[in-house]
Design a protein around this ligand. Sequence first.
Ligand SMILES: [Zn+2]
Length: 380
Amino acid sequence: MIEPHGGKLIDRCLPKTKAESLKKSDLPRLVCNVDTVLDIEKIAIGAYSPLKGFMGKDDLSSVVTKMRLTDGTPWTIPIFLPINEKEAKKYSKGDEIIIQDETGDDIALMKISEIYSFHRKKWAKNVYGTDSTRHPGVKRLFDMHGKLLAGEVWMIDNPALAFEKFNLFPEETRKIIKERGWKTVSGFQTRNAPHRAHEYLQKLALSLTDGVLIHPIIGWKKDGDFRPEIVIKSYQTLIDKYYPKNSTIFAGLATAMRYAGPREAVFHAIIRKNYGCTHFIVGRDHAGVGDFYDKYDAHRIFDKLPDIGVIPLLMRGPYFCRKCNEIVSDKICPHPEKWHKHISGTMVRESLAKNKPLPEYVMRKEVFTALKRAGKNGFI
Ligand SMILES: [Zn+2]
């Protein structure tokens, strides 16, 4: 079994008795939005191992500029807790507070180690490769409160998640992997209902490794993305009909999309390593948005982090070739572009919007039918 990132799977879930006594305590409460609450849960269950809390100034600055924590461990995306200036004045270093979600449930105990400000422009340029607010990740960063709160967290209670059944912990996927005797596992990140290019990538990975963890993001996504329930439903349909029994684990990953392209590809790989993956599939324009990244920037970034400890499966974007008469990539198809038929989520969305049929080389008909049934409710 592959070691978690940093060597140890972090577990910051408090025992019930301690959690109950904290719920009765009069420690100050800080209400946080869903993204922060999801980050806390990821820290507590070890999905973000080796992180034990929200980053302090030194770690955040090292991540932004060097793609590493201060101890040298590869890490590419800042994990932070924003707070407004007025609220920040209430706290000081060493304070213990309780973080609540927006419904008023106690989620975690946090010990404040630092309250600091940050340089947004540098952060945006380094992490997102742009400071344009046309980029949804940059826009969120620029709209964010002015101070950051750092410190370790301990989870009091799991946040109420809409798709709890699919929210497996790293400990649970690791247990399944062990039980099935898989020595190698490929992680697959997605935020879309599966089309044939996804299936091609997953099956290519499956022919190289013992199993695949299909792990769609269920969290903050931008308008026009598929809703989580429809992603789940369409994958269930696909796996049931077209995948060998017991070769896949399907679970949701409740975290926000950052749309940070290459840096997010590394972040996604590290998370899946914590869930027990030895390999991670990186396709074309991984975690990209609009035209902010080159198609294969997310492949090249892995050269800079050879010690990440998970093997990236760098896959070229598949397409349907009318000459080959199958789904291929430019690595195996010799034919000129005029024979190529592009496959994308945009085509699926357009077909649904205009109520037009979709060729089967784009999407399995059962999956497309499931999407059609969801209608407009399929989208955010
Ligand atoms: Zn061809």
